[in-house]
Ligand binder design. Sequence first.
Ligand code: DLL
Length: 433
Amino acid sequence: MIWNETIECMERESMRKLQSIRLKKTVERVYRNCEPYRKRMQEHGVSPVDIQSIDDIVKLPFTSKKDLRDYYPFGLLSSPMSEIVRLHASSGTTGKPIVVGYTRNDLDIWNEVGARCFTAFGLGQQDVVQVSYGYGLFTGGLGAHGAVETIGGTVIPMSSGNTEKQIMLMHDFGAVGLACTPSYALYLADAMRDSNIPREEFKLKVGAFGAEPWTEEMRKEIEAKLGIKAYDIYGLTEIIGPGVGYECEYQHGTHLCEDHFYPEIVNPETGEPVVPGEMGELVFSTLTKDGMPLLRFRTRDLTYLNYETCACGRTSVRMGRILGRCDDMLIIRGVNVFPSQVESVICEMPELEPHYFIAVDRVNNLDTFEVQVEVKEDFYTDEVNKLLDLRKRILHRMQSVIGLSPDIKLVEPRSIERSQGKAKRVNDKRKFK
Ligand code: DLL
């Protein structure tokens, strides 16, 4: 099913025309209404007349997370406060959060893109959807909530936490869809099993998972454990929240709502555009937002774009799975390591649970790299030889995928802390030294 066929299946040339018109309007808006943008553009020697088509976007300066912090809380708004009807915020790792203001029109856009996502996941008017993303300043809960209401489904506004009740209501209310982080989905899968309610008594069929990187291997684990189809939903607070992108039934890339959010991929070091199809940092410009439009916002997320028409009929550009954030990349003994690489090795081994924790430190000027991973109940044995053999096989895979051999610590099932929101799977103690 497709929510907005005109847009989602639009000819590429028409899409570019639409993007050009919208970009021009947005640039004029921020230049007129937002002083930091006007100043930045002037310093950069570019004015609204220089932006005639979407190709001119490269003339514009970038916006970064730092800009949002510097102009905290409302300095980057392009609408008067009287037109802002909602605020959301994302807590950074340090200091002040990043704040985003939405006008009524922005909320309508958010609901529209959210409706495209949940429709693509196969959900509709007749379906009950449990939203287990956190409600509040985080955009996950209210974003998914608005989306489900827009498609006319029945929303259960659960928020995260209270896992036993989650399972009870999922069962009693007959939830067909579940929206939460992939890590919380795993947690819920265990809770479902522990509840002793037979799987056939649940109606659950579809998951809308995002807000953190997850691998293809993790998808398979979740699909098997929950007995559902698990779809990716992507988004970020600065741009709007969940709904910037979504998977269709082919699960072959995440379709971006490029009529509202124009994507580019640049080299994270130089900021130069990369060759189409190449991996780099994702950059977004909002094309229709009024409250806080952002131009060329550096997401720090690493991925690549694919402009081929999808088998589902949508022509919208697809992005590959997010490899991770530039800031998440660990450099261990000189080797670049993404937690997602560790995850893919762990999830492909049937003896392991998809729960892991990475601890990095520096001792006597040498990097230490430990990966704790849970062994499945059935494989957890007292036979040292079997565990040693398993350890050896993991090491071998890690060495060939990452190019490094971590210290593998096999731990008992359920001993690694579970997450109800975004998982925290890395502790790099070197940062504090
Ligand atoms: O996480 C919005 C969201 C809520 C998306 C619910 C999907 C579902 P932030 O808290 O601002 O917003 O975090 C945004 O999370 O830049 C990515 O690094 C990461 N992220 C979000 N979705 C995905 C995904 C929400 N599907 C940051 N895959 C982004 C990988 C994701 N990473």
